[in-house]
Write a protein that binds this ligand. Structure first.
Ligand code: SF4
Length: 125
Protein backbone atom coordinates (compact mmCIF):
# COMPACT_ATOMS: atom_id res chain seq x y z
CA UNK A 1 0.00 0.00 0.00
CA UNK A 2 1.20 3.49 -0.79
CA UNK A 3 -0.42 6.80 0.10
CA UNK A 4 -0.27 9.77 -2.24
CA UNK A 5 -1.68 13.26 -2.33
CA UNK A 6 -3.30 14.04 -5.66
CA UNK A 7 -1.74 17.18 -7.13
CA UNK A 8 -4.08 17.58 -10.10
CA UNK A 9 -6.28 20.20 -8.43
CA UNK A 10 -6.11 22.31 -5.25
CA UNK A 11 -8.40 19.96 -3.27
CA UNK A 12 -5.45 17.58 -2.81
CA UNK A 13 -7.31 14.34 -2.09
CA UNK A 14 -5.47 11.72 -0.07
CA UNK A 15 -5.20 8.63 -2.25
CA UNK A 16 -4.55 5.10 -1.07
CA UNK A 17 -3.17 2.60 -3.55
CA UNK A 18 -2.94 -1.14 -3.27
CA UNK A 19 -1.56 -3.69 -5.73
CA UNK A 20 -4.01 -6.51 -6.16
CA UNK A 21 -2.11 -8.23 -8.96
CA UNK A 22 0.79 -7.62 -11.35
CA UNK A 23 -1.17 -5.12 -13.45
CA UNK A 24 -3.95 -4.16 -11.11
CA UNK A 25 -3.58 -1.14 -8.90
CA UNK A 26 -6.60 -0.23 -6.80
CA UNK A 27 -6.85 3.49 -6.02
CA UNK A 28 -9.28 4.87 -3.44
CA UNK A 29 -9.83 8.23 -1.78
CA UNK A 30 -10.11 10.49 -4.82
CA UNK A 31 -13.19 12.62 -5.41
CA UNK A 32 -12.95 12.24 -9.18
CA UNK A 33 -11.44 9.87 -11.80
CA UNK A 34 -8.45 12.15 -12.36
CA UNK A 35 -7.10 11.06 -8.99
CA UNK A 36 -6.97 7.44 -10.09
CA UNK A 37 -5.26 8.37 -13.38
CA UNK A 38 -2.73 10.46 -11.45
CA UNK A 39 -1.97 7.62 -9.01
CA UNK A 40 -1.66 5.04 -11.80
CA UNK A 41 0.91 7.19 -13.62
CA UNK A 42 2.73 8.26 -10.46
CA UNK A 43 3.26 4.65 -9.43
CA UNK A 44 3.80 3.03 -12.85
CA UNK A 45 5.81 5.73 -14.67
CA UNK A 46 6.32 8.93 -12.69
CA UNK A 47 7.27 12.03 -14.71
CA UNK A 48 8.34 15.53 -13.77
CA UNK A 49 8.91 18.88 -15.43
CA UNK A 50 12.67 19.39 -15.01
CA UNK A 51 14.06 22.84 -14.25
CA UNK A 52 17.73 23.75 -14.22
CA UNK A 53 20.19 26.38 -15.40
CA UNK A 54 22.58 26.14 -18.34
CA UNK A 55 25.92 27.92 -18.65
CA UNK A 56 26.19 30.88 -21.00
CA UNK A 57 28.90 30.82 -23.66
CA UNK A 58 30.44 34.25 -23.15
CA UNK A 59 33.29 35.66 -25.18
CA UNK A 60 36.27 36.91 -23.22
CA UNK A 61 35.71 40.62 -23.94
CA UNK A 62 32.13 40.68 -22.71
CA UNK A 63 31.50 41.12 -19.02
CA UNK A 64 28.13 39.63 -18.16
CA UNK A 65 26.33 40.03 -14.87
CA UNK A 66 24.58 36.71 -15.46
CA UNK A 67 26.43 33.46 -16.09
CA UNK A 68 23.59 30.98 -16.45
CA UNK A 69 20.20 30.89 -18.13
CA UNK A 70 17.24 29.17 -16.45
CA UNK A 71 15.71 26.38 -18.52
CA UNK A 72 12.92 23.84 -18.20
CA UNK A 73 11.56 20.88 -20.12
CA UNK A 74 8.66 21.44 -22.51
CA UNK A 75 6.89 18.37 -21.14
CA UNK A 76 7.31 16.03 -18.17
CA UNK A 77 10.39 13.80 -18.23
CA UNK A 78 10.36 10.21 -16.90
CA UNK A 79 11.80 10.42 -13.39
CA UNK A 80 14.44 7.75 -14.01
CA UNK A 81 15.88 9.81 -16.88
CA UNK A 82 16.11 13.09 -14.96
CA UNK A 83 19.77 12.71 -13.91
CA UNK A 84 20.86 11.92 -17.46
CA UNK A 85 18.97 14.95 -18.78
CA UNK A 86 20.48 17.19 -16.09
CA UNK A 87 24.00 15.96 -17.01
CA UNK A 88 23.39 16.97 -20.63
CA UNK A 89 22.04 20.38 -19.60
CA UNK A 90 25.00 21.03 -17.30
CA UNK A 91 27.49 20.07 -20.05
CA UNK A 92 26.18 22.57 -22.58
CA UNK A 93 26.94 26.25 -23.24
CA UNK A 94 24.20 28.52 -24.51
CA UNK A 95 25.14 31.23 -27.00
CA UNK A 96 23.72 34.71 -26.56
CA UNK A 97 21.34 36.27 -27.24
CA UNK A 98 18.75 33.84 -25.93
CA UNK A 99 15.03 34.53 -25.70
CA UNK A 100 12.35 33.07 -23.46
CA UNK A 101 10.95 30.06 -25.32
CA UNK A 102 14.07 29.37 -27.38
CA UNK A 103 14.74 25.65 -27.72
CA UNK A 104 18.09 24.90 -26.09
CA UNK A 105 17.94 21.12 -26.65
CA UNK A 106 15.53 19.76 -29.25
CA UNK A 107 13.96 16.30 -28.90
CA UNK A 108 16.38 15.19 -26.18
CA UNK A 109 17.56 11.64 -26.94
CA UNK A 110 14.55 11.12 -29.21
CA UNK A 111 12.18 11.48 -26.26
CA UNK A 112 10.12 14.29 -27.75
CA UNK A 113 11.18 16.46 -24.82
CA UNK A 114 12.63 19.88 -25.62
CA UNK A 115 14.60 21.98 -23.15
CA UNK A 116 13.60 25.63 -23.45
CA UNK A 117 14.94 28.90 -22.06
CA UNK A 118 12.73 30.63 -19.54
CA UNK A 119 14.55 33.97 -19.53
CA UNK A 120 15.64 36.42 -22.19
CA UNK A 121 19.32 37.34 -21.88
CA UNK A 122 21.37 39.49 -24.22
CA UNK A 123 24.88 40.91 -24.13
CA UNK A 124 23.43 44.06 -22.51
CA UNK A 125 22.51 42.07 -19.38
S1 SF4 B 1 -8.90 13.30 -7.10
FE1 SF4 B 1 -9.95 14.83 -8.36
S2 SF4 B 1 -10.84 16.24 -6.84
FE2 SF4 B 1 -9.26 15.06 -5.78
S3 SF4 B 1 -7.39 16.32 -5.91
FE3 SF4 B 1 -7.37 14.87 -7.62
S4 SF4 B 1 -8.29 16.00 -9.31
FE4 SF4 B 1 -8.84 17.09 -7.44
Amino acid sequence: MRNLTCIICPIGCSLETEESGPDNLIVTGGRCPRGEAYAQEEIRSPKRIVTATAAIQADKETALSVRRVPVKTSSPCPKEKTNSLLCDIYKMKVSLPVKTGDVIISNWNGSGIDVIAVRTISYAD
